[in-house]
Design a protein around this ligand. Structure first.
Ligand SMILES: [Zn+2]
Length: 370
């Protein structure tokens, strides 16, 4: 039933479903299958509405764009295009192959040394770990870090789309323009959203996603094991046991934004609804600082959050430009943090004065507006 709904949504956009390849012999499961299961668990954890497996439709479209859509017919529908997940997975893994990036990861004394991962099909993961010569599970540190970064990045993509559903954006679009999927790209006049409105909705979806992402990261603390090396290598304000998880979460979120920017440049999309990566990250910072402070999850001041997120974002920027053999541009990055974010947030809030009341009756769940 959900399958039919998903197919119908794809067909309405002229898209083809990405069929997740079956597991290979030797316990190797496709990354998209693993992510599908994670996504189902994640959605069920966020709302009772999604507890039944057939209560929503989720899947992938086979397409080269860095795109996704949220939609609602008889059920909520979330579709990620195959490309963003492939790009993120490839990026985090390629990064780990370069030992100049995070050199401390290989610090044997701190983390226990292991050889690099054996090469295989990049998109298939072993379900059960092979054993090393000593009979212990072989789970090398660099792929483990790549996987944890991917989990944060993919979670952000999923929750950004969920934000469009839960915060009433999909319903607003349907009121204005009839039943149609809420796509990330391209912006269309036919969607009957003014440009500042579409921009504010994107910011709202980002705010929804980033808060949920940091909530999970606080609970699971997935980067704890990387703390010692990271703190040895970076001068960061420590925040209990969560410093490394905060840092790598910003690293992963910035990577999503930056890889999205790169895809936009390549495809020459003339009009986009999100600011460039650094500004997009900076705009979300106050919400994360406020939420983690309010919940008692963090003792960092706003300035300490700014420093930590800037450091992580800059490192992601240097990593990406390094892999692409490009020169990093720290000035453009730092400029976004220099007042640019507050001007941008001001624009969102101006639009929100008229947009907020229209969305209020369409929102589902008790999610705070950023
Ligand atoms: Zn969006």
């Amino acid at each position: 039933m959900s399958e039919d709904i998903f197919e119908a949504a794809l067909t309405s956009l002229g898209l083809k479903k990405f069929e997740v390849p079956a597991p290979k012999l030797g316990n190797a499961v496709h990354l998209f299958q693993i992510f599908t299961e994670q996504a189902r668990t994640r959605l069920a954890g966020i709302s009772d509405e999604y507890v039944e497996a057939d209560s929503f439709a989720f899947g992938f479209a086979e397409h080269r764009a860095f795109n996704a859509f949220a939609h609602r017919t008889s059920k909520d529908i979330i579709c990620l295009y195959s490309t963003p997940l492939r790009v993120l997975w490839s990026f985090f893994n390629a990064m780990m192959d370069n030992r100049q990036i995070f050199p401390w990861v290989d610090d044997v004394e701190v983390l226990g040394g292991t050889a690099p991962a054996p090469k295989g099909d990049l998109f298939f993961l072993r379900e059960t770990l092979p054993l090393d010569a000593a009979g212990a599970p072989f789970n090398p540190i660099r792929p483990r870090l790549a996987r944890a970064l991917f989990d944060v990045a993919a979670d952000f993509l999923l929750l950004h789309e969920l934000g469009h559903l839960r915060n009433g954006h999909v319903a607003l679009l349907q009121q204005r323009a009839g039943a149609r999927p809420f796509r990330e790209l391209p912006y269309e006049e036919a969607d009957k959203l003014e440009i500042p409105e579409a921009q504010a909705l994107e910011f709202d979806a980002d705010g929804f996603a980033v808060q949920k992402v940091f909530e999970r990261v606080y609970k699971d603390n997935p980067f704890l094991e990387f703390s010692k090396g990271l703190l040895k290598d970076h001068r960061l304000a420590e925040d209990g046991v969560h410093t490394a998880s905060w840092y790598f979460t910003w690293f992963a979120v910035y990577s999503v934004f930056r890889l999205f920017d790169e895809a936009m440049e390549i495809s020459e999309i003339p009009l986009r609804m999100q600011p460039p990566a650094a500004l997009r990250q900076a705009c979300l910072l106050p919400a994360v600082a406020a939420m983690t402070g309010r919940s008692g999850w963090s003792g960092l001041s706003l300035q300490e959050w700014v420093d930590l997120a800037t450091d992580a974002g800059l490192e992601a920027e240097r990593t990406l430009t390094g892999l692409r053999r490009m020169k990093p541009d720290p000035h453009a990055y730092l400029q976004a943090w220099n007042g640019g974010a507050f001007d941008q947030i001001g624009l969102y809030l101006d639009t929100w004065e008229t947009l907020g009341p229209q969305l209020a009756p369409l929102r589902r769940g008790a999610t705070l507006v950023v």
